[in-house]
Design a protein around this ligand. Sequence first.
Ligand code: GDP
Length: 295
Amino acid sequence: MFESLNEKLERSFKLLKGQGKITEINVAETLKEVRRALLDADVNYKIAKSFTEVVKEKALGQDVLNAVKPGQMMVKIVHDELATLMGGTSVDVNLQGNPTVILMAGLQGSGKTTFSGKLAKFLKSKKGKNPLLVACDVYRPAAIDQLKVLGEQINVPVYSEVGNMNPVEIAKAAIKSAKANGQNLVIVDTAGRLAIDEEMMKEIAAVKAAINPNEILFVVDSMTGQDAVNTAKEFNDRLDFDGVILTKLDGDTRGGAALSIRSVVNKPIKFVGTGEKLEALDVFHPERMADRILG
Ligand code: GDP
């Protein structure tokens, strides 16, 4: 495991003890440690750099130089700034509309289908919703089967149309069916590709335009580190999504992608995925993520 930033800073300030007053140069060295910790956590390089500039201003403003425990004070400043940048507080998913329509977007393999199942289960049990899952991945019959298996596990119906290659038609028909059957939540799982391509973007933009969702959630694999930022930016430029789902946080990433994505697209991270099972969903807490990034 990595040495935590807390330990590193305590160590570097201990070394300074006996050298008299801590100077601005010492703070600069400490900031290098902060930047390294952020890079270790997969935070995008530019963001790590501008973040340490902000922390430097704060540190000098709060007079870390004269603090009794400068290491601890520095860690607190970094921690608070991280949490603030990641939004400060948790943000709920928008449940307006009858039915509430949620559109899922993201690359193939990001965990979109799994998360659709998790969200249906969560909103069914926690908010008393009566969901319908919609299989709009018309290119991969396996994706439709996967959603059906998930639906069975949580006792939620899945809408699909065998042979129909038009996701706009399927999504519209699904919403109609939900209305007819008294289902007050529709979660639309869309097709993903291994990399962003124009056709996929056009298709999901067309689905958005046709169904006017209450909420668009962008799903991204936290293990993809720096790439996650570019993917988030492209999807946001096209869809202007409402929130981010960061999956696979049960892996060994520190989760720096959370900070990078938030900084670049300025949209809240709403949930994190912490495993393959359908209960492995957590509401996103900026404070906890700050702890995790700092280790
Ligand atoms: P999609 O192509 O975006 O729909 O992705 P899937 O939902 O099919 O997920 C791809 C793989 O990632 C599957 O093997 C899932 O079981 C796995 N997966 C999804 N979410 C998580 C998570 O939070 N943690 C872990 N460890 N695996 C996940």
